[in-house]
Design a protein around this ligand. Structure first.
Ligand SMILES: *Cc1c(COP(=O)(O)O)cnc(C)c1O
Length: 401
């Protein structure tokens, strides 16, 4: 490496001088990636077990994603929504097909925007009340924040759009009590990702569907983190490990992994709710642009061709078993490649730092919980290397049984 490349320390200092301090100092300044491996500005290599927070489904620099984006950009990059393009229409048809219900799609550039679109869509029912859950995370824009329960995120920005009620997550009786004939929608994540990979009982989503429909309300699932194959099925609500009866949500929101790292979001609404917006009700400049849509099609095609749903299931189980074997892990949760571990002590920050020292990137979702959402292309060798390094990482972090 030449000495003219700025070091991590220099970049970190420049970051602090140039970027708003919303995220705190960066943990690593990254230079490049390939597969499930990333390299920092000093040339250090890491195994990426976080995948850009459940985004880099195909890892870094996947040839099929690179080719799809490059070819689309060389053909037609951006057009505005006065016009339409083949990738946008094809992707919408694909997503509706994967959902297995008659539906319509609105494309956005992020998860929060997908939820904004859905939030506005629910208002078109003529009702305003939303029943959401404690511990939820739905994004940081004002509407998405109104649906997010965490007080620390909300408090500095109140007043937020109203008529949102929060009930304990995974609690069917609480939904029964809160939902009434004024409720526009029940909004739930099939697994709460930001809360630290919280998995509800298998009867929860079917019950939410029944309760919503008894009151003429919509069932809205935020699958921004759990969708696009992450849990080993296209949508988490289709995963028999997560539901004990079929669920067909009225609204599903997607983003994160859908285009493997190219910004995209989607609000998919089934049956009649797909027709609630009239011309002029909503819009976006970039949403559904041909490059993002082509990227998403490449991700979906690669998942099919390389059998990555099955891969996510077996690899996730391998990680849960291997890491959970240490007595200092009191619980493992998740499905497919969305994996959460509870530590015997609230030392997630220390574990994240020790893992990074050992060359592995994981996330501390809460003080007690480690979250992993690795690329589907993670190899068995990389997974096993992390399992092998895990006891020493817990030692260094000072976690005891
Ligand atoms: C990440 C996330 C969001 C927000 O997505 P952004 O692209 O960051 O706006 C919303 N809901 C869930 C469940 C998420 O995991």
């Amino acid at each position: 490496m030449t000495t003219t490349n700025p070091s991590t320390a220099e970049w970190t200092e420049r970051y602090a001088g140039a970027l708003m301090n919303t995220f705190g100092p960066p943990k690593i300044v990254l230079a490049r990636g390939a597969g499930a491996h990333i390299w920092d500005a000093d040339g250090r290599e890491y195994v990426d077990l976080l995948g850009g927070i459940a985004v880099n489904a195909l890892g870094h620099a996947h040839p099929r994603l690179v080719t799809a984006v490059t070819e689309q950009l060389q053909t037609l990059g951006h057009i505005s929504n006065f016009f339409a393009s083949a990738p946008q229409i094809t992707l919408a048809e694909r997503l509706v097909g994967l959902l297995g219900a008659d539906g319509r799609v609105f494309f956005t550039n992020s998860g929060a925007e997908a939820n904004e679109a859905a939030f506005k869509l629910t208002r078109r029912t003529g009702r305003t009340k939303i029943v959401a859950t404690e511990g939820s995370f739905h994004g940081r824009t004002m509407g998405a924040l109104a649906l997010t329960s965490k007080e620390a995120y909300r408090a500095p920005f109140e007043p937020l759009p109203g008529d949102v009620v929060f009930v304990p997550y995974g609690d069917e009786a609480a939904l029964e009590a809160a939902v009434d004939d004024t409720t526009a929608a029940i909004l739930v994540e099939p697994i709460q990702g930001e809360a630290g990979v919280i998995v509800p009982p298998r009867s929860y989503l079917p019950a939410a569907q029944r309760i919503a429909h008894e009151h003429g309300a919509l069932l809205w699932l935020d699958e921004i983190q759990t969708g696009a194959g992450r849990t080993g099925t296209w949508f988490a609500h289709q995963n028999p490990a997560l539901v004990d009866a079929p669920v067909v949500p009225d609204i599903v929101t997607l983003a994160k992994g859908l285009a493997g790292g190219i910004p995209i979001g989607a609000c998919i609404a089934t049956h009649g709710s797909g027709k609630l917006f009239d011309p002029g009700n909503h819009g976006t400049t970039f949403g559904g642009n041909p490059v993002a849509a082509a990227a998403a099609l490449a991700v979906l095609d690669t998942i099919v061709d390389d059998d990555l749903l099955a891969r996510a299931t077996t690899l996730g189980a391998r990680l849960q078993q291997g890491l959970g074997a240490d007595a200092r892990v009191t619980e493992t949760r998740g499905a497919g490649l969305l994996v959460g571990l509870t530590l015997a002590q609230p030392k997630a920050a220390e574990v994240v730092a020790a893992a990074q020292d050992a060359g592995f990137v994981v996330n501390g979702a809460t003080p007690e919980r480690i979250r992993m959402a690795p690329p589907f292309v993670l190899t068995d060798a990389d997974a096993d290397a992390f399992v092998a390094a895990w006891p020493a990482i817990l030692d260094q972090a000072g976690v005891s049984a």
